[in-house]
Design a protein around this ligand. Structure first.
Ligand code: ADP
Length: 307
């Protein structure tokens, strides 16, 4: 199963009534994952704050989905621990972790109407009918799909199907929402709209922590509070979105996030107007970005940096 509704909180208040609480923090504590003995996720230590959107980006095969699946409980770490809300969940099955996951291909049940798709996780948990109706209504409202209750997935556009998939995830009141390339199957125009909708959804649900895996840097730049860049199964860079964009700590981050012209430079002196460089994080390699981005005017020919 590629999409899953993994757990629920007992609260019966509206989805929008969620508040930020420490129970939605996520911690990777030196987590490694191996497939048939081959390490594909090197020791990953990373804290995600409650209510934060953390985007994980990186080339194909860099370990993004594996990291997400480790949080979900679909893959067991070879070593290290996963904590959610301060509790060690490494040995818990997926459905006891209080999470929901949405994947690229929606994975809606084709023979079920929208309402039944969204109700699925709650029914599986034996929730009472009035509660199910309230939750389904609430979740569909959050994604703007309350008028489509009776449709079948085949009667919806790709964007609408993905909204239903998100509603199905939200209906179980997850404390953490895992989004694995949720918009990749959609065309560019719908993707932009959906990115805005996910941003709005997060305003409505400030307590919900979101781990967002994407290869699309513009989605990450638009949505994320922080971005983690993975490369070859290891964390290459992490930082607040604007910091990482303006002052990437290494060449890989500079090249991967945004467009950049890279120039080899060497240190002679720092002009007074670039005094801020002294407090900037030291680059970890001999390249620094000379950028044309208006926000970061560092493309001067006098620009130098230590190597
Ligand atoms: P990403 O999401 O960044 O594209 P993945 O986490 O899917 O990367 O994959 C990381 C590495 O693990 C890749 O080399 C991939 O081939 C390998 N991998 C992923 N899933 C499996 C699996 N079920 N069995 C064996 N290798 C896998």
């Amino acid at each position: 199963m590629t999409s899953a509704v993994l757990g629920a909180e007992a609260a019966s208040t509206g989805v929008a009534a969620q508040t930020i609480g420490a129970n939605s923090t996520v911690r990777f504590d030196a987590v490694t994952v191996a497939y048939r003995g081959a390490i594909v996720l090197k020791p990953l230590t990373l804290d995600v704050a409650a209510g934060e959107i953390l985007a994980m980006i990186g080339p194909s095969g860099s370990g993004k989905t594996t990291a997400l699946r480790a949080v979900a409980g679909f893959v067991r770490p070879a070593s290290g621990r996963i904590h959610i809300g301060g509790a060690d969940v490494t040995d818990l099955p997926p459905y006891e972790r209080g999470l929901a996951m949405v994947v690229q291909n929606y994975a809606l049940f084709p023979h079920m109407r929208v309402a039944d798709n969204v109700a699925f996780g709650l029914k599986a948990r034996g929730a009472a009918k009035p509660l199910i109706e309230e939750r389904v209504d609430d979740a569909l409202r959050v994604v703007g799909m309350q008028k489509f209750l009776k449709r079948y997935p085949r009667e919806l556009s790709g964007g609408q199907q993905q909204r239903v998939a998100i509603a199905r995830a939200l209906a179980v009141r997850p404390r953490v929402l895992l989004l694995d390339e949720p918009l990749s199957a959609l065309d560019a125009q719908i993707r932009r709209t959906m990115v805005e909708e996910i941003a709005r959804l997060h305003v409505d649900l400030p307590g919900l922590t979101i781990l967002y895996v994407t290869h699309d840097q513009s989605e990450a730049l638009t949505l994320a509070d922080r971005i983690a860049i993975l490369k070859d199964g290891a964390l290459s860079a992490i930082g607040r979105t604007s910091d990482l964009y303006r002052r990437p700590p290494n060449r890989f981050a500079a090249e991967f996030l945004g467009r950049a012209n890279l120039l080899p430079v060497s240190w002679r002196e720092i002009p007074a107007r670039m005094e801020w460089l002294r407090s900037a994080p030291a680059p970890t390699d001999s390249w620094w970005r000379a950028t044309r981005r208006p926000q970061a005017r560092v493309a001067s020919s006098a620009f130098v940096r230590s190597i």
